[in-house]
Design a protein around this ligand. Structure first.
Ligand SMILES: Cc1cc2nc3c(=O)[nH]c(=O)nc-3n(C[C@H](O)[C@H](O)[C@H](O)COP(=O)(O)OP(=O)(O)OC[C@H]3O[C@@H](n4cnc5c(N)ncnc54)[C@H](O)[C@@H]3O)c2cc1C
Length: 381
């Protein structure tokens, strides 16, 4: 067994940590207050090649493996989990496009994502259907040269900043086999976008999308008709491990800050870190974070080797954000009144990490998937 990163991976981690501390951390709290992501973040991420990590080099990308995406997302999230969203979303959309699109579509779509000129998001959730995504209702009605889209998507991250979205719509009958994926320009006629007011992840933000006869061409269909649901579910397995690392990166930063405070804050004549009641909970959460982190990287390592990673990725989808939220909560308490203010980042970290307990599938849905693997489908809930 080899638990270490290769020299190349370690260099990449070091580079990412430096970039995140210099270019992303300064915007973390400021962007939460304004509710807008600083435009320099997208620009600098594009310049670093981070938006094209999964894109093959012939289309201007980095051709990076899944572990590299995990390293980037984790290090970015230590400094600014909302900036890491850009890597999550571009990597997820890229994998869905690569799995389904033709060579001609790759040539048309991938270079723009890689150079940062086209930011993509993913539009699956609807007001009536989140967990049961196989039953989405957004209708794709056939026309002479394609379809028109009718209905509503909601809870779509970064849609107000995005240029395109992979939109899932019903082209066929009921259930998963009637769902197709389209790569839709978000400036299309008949499409309006309304921003939501959120508890956390405010710099990334979510939107509702209203489709009133939005035209999509036949060559904007991703893969074949009826293959949309399978493509998104395969992508989600991978993104669930990336989300795990994002939340754990944020938790690690929260614990680091709490430990530094425990060394310097004195009560009753001694640093608070010398009290077991302060030190041991931090140690316990550092242990949980380390354990969950290993499982995230195992899922990505398995993906890179073409091995089944469904079980590991879904285990960390329920576990990592939960551990992260609890660890950040404990880190917040370590500061006493000092963290009960927006000036201290702990409360924002808590709000931001909590969103990932829901995004991309809740804990219950992840556990359902794991139960089907462990118990076998006929015996699972
Ligand atoms: C920060 C954030 C970002 C998001 N970004 C995106 C995005 O970019 N694109 C996108 O398409 N969507 C996005 N979403 C939506 C997200 O994927 C859905 O919210 C999620 O899948 C859950 O769906 P729902 O909210 O409709 O909850 P529901 O499906 O209505 O579930 C409600 C509750 O019931 C539980 N539940 C449901 N079914 C079962 C069951 N069978 N067994 C046990 N419990 C069950 C759930 O766990 C949950 O607690 C985002 C959400 C958040 C919070």
């Amino acid at each position: 067994m080899d638990y270490g990163l290769s020299e190349e991976q370690q260099l990449f981690r070091d580079e990412m940590r430096k970039f995140a501390e210099q270019s992303l951390a300064p915007h973390y709290q400021e962007d939460d207050r304004t509710g807008e992501m600083s435009p320099s973040i997208r620009r600098e991420c594009a310049a670093m090649g981070l938006l094209g990590l999964r894109i093959p080099d012939e289309y201007g990308g980095q051709d990076a493996d899944a572990v590299a995406v995990g390293i980037a997302a984790e290090e970015m999230a230590r400094a600014n989990i909302n900036a890491a969203y850009l890597v999550l979303s571009t990597a997820l959309v890229t994998d869905i496009l690569l799995a389904g699109c033709t060579v001609e579509q790759r040539e048309r779509w991938l270079p723009g994502i890689a150079d940062g000129s086209v930011y993509p998001t993913l539009a699956l959730t609807e007001p009536g259907h989140g967990s049961d995504a196989a039953n989405i209702e957004l209708a794709a009605r056939p026309t002479e040269d394609g379809w028109t889209l009718h209905g509503e998507k909601t809870s779509i991250s970064l849609a107000h900043l995005a240029d395109r979205a992979v939109v899932f719509a019903r082209t066929g009958g009921p259930g998963a086999r009637g769902v197709s994926a389209f790569y839709v320009g978000l400036d299309a006629p008949g499409l309006s976008i309304v921003r939501l007011r959120d508890v956390g992840n405010r710099a990334a933000g979510r939107c509702s999308l209203f489709f009133d006869g939005v035209p999509v061409r036949r060559d904007e269909l991703v893969g074949t008709e009826g293959a949309g649901f399978v493509s998104v579910m395969q992508g989600f397995e991978y993104s669930r491990a990336i989300i795990g690392l994002m939340t754990l990166g944020t938790a690690a930063a929260a614990l680091d800050d709490a430990m530094e405070y425990a060394r310097t804050r004195e009560t009753f004549g001694a640093p608070i870190g010398t009290r077991q009641g302060v030190a041991f909970p931090l140690v316990e959460y550092a242990t949980y974070v380390a354990g969950a982190r290993h499982l995230c990287y195992e899922a990505l390592w398995r993906k890179d080797r073409g091995l089944d990673h469904t079980e590991a990725a879904n285990m960390v989808k329920w576990w990592a954000p939960k551990i992260a939220v609890e660890a950040i909560h404990q880190a917040l308490l370590t500061f006493g009144h000092g963290a009960w203010s927006d000036d201290n980042p702990q409360s924002q970290r808590l709000r931001d990490a909590m969103g990932f307990e829901i995004a991309d599938g809740t804990a219950q849905i992840a556990k359902l998937v794991v139960a089907r693997h462990l118990l076998g489908r006929p015996y699972a809930p």
